[in-house]
Design a protein around this ligand. Sequence first.
Ligand SMILES: Nc1nc2c(ncn2[C@@H]2O[C@H](COP(=O)(O)OP(=O)(O)O)[C@@H](O)[C@H]2O)c(=O)[nH]1
Ligand SMILES: [Mg+2]
Length: 331
Amino acid sequence: MTKSWHQVFKGLSGAPPEPVAAAETGGEKKGGWLKRLRKGLAKSRQTMQQQLSAIMFDRLDAEVWEQLEETLIYADCGVASTVHVVEAMEQAANQGIIRDRDQFYTHLKQSLVDMFAVGDYQIDVSHQPSVIMVVGVNGTGKTTTIGKIAYHLKREGKSVLLAAADTFRAAAIEQLVEWGKRADCPVIRQEHGSDPGAVVFDAIAASRSRGSDVIIVDTAGRLHTQVPLMEELKKIRRVIAKQIPEGPHETLLTVDATTGQNGLIQARLFGEAVAVSGIVLTKLDGTAKGGIAVAISHELGLPIKLLGIGEQMDDLRPFDAAGFAEALVAG
Ligand SMILES: Nc1nc2c(ncn2[C@@H]2O[C@H](COP(=O)(O)OP(=O)(O)O)[C@@H](O)[C@H]2O)c(=O)[nH]1
Ligand SMILES: [Mg+2]
């Protein structure tokens, strides 16, 4: 069983919506989403299987653990996470829990699932209004993700308002307006170059007069190494907190899975500047090295809440640790 959107959003009152016809979203035409996730991770999985195929499962010795270590590092799991998984596997082997190939793979998947058990996977929309801020480097999928989340929130009966606080690029505002049309929700915007804090201020005022349930704030993402961006994000947070004391209730960081360890570095920088509550890992439909999900979750202690597997409305899915481990490792 994979998680549904209804389970992911915290604070819904109504019943789950009827399933959408595939034609409406364009998302299901290429097969079920798990199938597409498996397809996106095919390269990672095949490489992993190839590297592990040399293992003699009847002789689980130091060589085996070295091979597993190399395989996980190559899959982008990161050093710290890899060490953790290998140690867990070795321990299980010493206790006689792993004795053959099947047990090896079952345990490897379980060890990966354990690595994902950090924080709360839900997205909190229980406040009135709830504020979700979306941050991340340009091109990682912030605006696209916002459109998709808005669409799903609306299906769950929430009224949504979008704030175009990426004022740095004119095209970014237009793109959000476009997604607003698709998801059928208002977009609060100002001129290109205007103060993002002022846009957010306006958006909160507009949400009050309209009685919106959720405000989703799009932000700029020019090079993370430039201090002004982080200052800008902090300022947006302050503007929100001044109006809505507990806000923002969620700060989601988009990470492009195809950028590998670089994505981890970015995530760390954003995490230091603003209190990130969860990760949206995008572009897993590409030739991603899926192990990056393990590294981000474990090394940053941040839950992965959503996965992006394409550009269509329905190409964003609640993260499911078991399904992900299965798609990454198979066995
Ligand atoms: N293949 C694929 N493309 C994506 C995904 N998410 C976003 N994109 C594309 O990546 C590009 C950048 O996305 P955008 O939302 O503009 O990123 P932003 O700069 O962070 O707002 C766009 O062309 C999106 O259509 C995904 O999960 N898979
Ligand atoms: Mg954008």
